[in-house]
Ligand binder design. Structure first.
Ligand SMILES: [Fe+2]
Ligand SMILES: [Fe+2]
Length: 143
């Protein structure tokens, strides 16, 4: 397993916690497919399918947070959205490199060294502050 749901910080908005738990499930499925990878076409197809599921889930995940931030006029909206855009672009770049090179080691390193740390950190910082604003209307920045 790459990540346990219990390792993910809980925020003050249930819809966000639910989305994060779903993402952990998808990430664990991808990691299992990486560990079982045997260089066959089926294994490539399986990984492509799971990665695409993760991308689609993430696009929806980020968009839902961004729409609510805009609706509630969250002051640091641009900082949070900017980090979503950066992470999503990185995910797309890694996917296209994977599809071109089929280098399983590179993919494995990304999923071990980058993704869990990013997700935990993003939830513990930006999502935590944003969820608090959603539930209390209070901004941490005083602006
Ligand atoms: Fe989130
Ligand atoms: Fe976020």
């Amino acid at each position: 397993m790459l990540l346990a749901v219990e390792e993910i910080p809980q925020v003050e908005m249930e819809f966000m916690n639910k989305t994060h738990a779903e993402e952990v499930t998808i990430l664990n499925e991808i990691f299992e497919a990486i560990l079982n990878y045997d260089e066959t076409q089926e294994a490539n197809d399986k990984l492509d399918e799971l990665y695409t599921t993760w991308l689609e889930h993430t696009i929806e995940h980020f968009k839902t947070e961004e729409v609510k931030m805009q609706e509630m006029r969250f002051p640091p909206y641009m900082a949070h959205k900017g980090e979503h855009d950066r992470a999503l672009q990185e995910m797309r770049n890694i996917f296209s490199t994977w599809q071109q090179q089929r280098d399983i080691k590179k993919l494995k390193i990304y999923f071990i060294e980058v993704v869990p740390a990013w997700l935990e950190n993003h939830i513990a910082t930006m999502d935590t502050i944003t969820a608090r604003f959603f539930s209390t209307g209070m901004s941490p920045c005083g602006i």
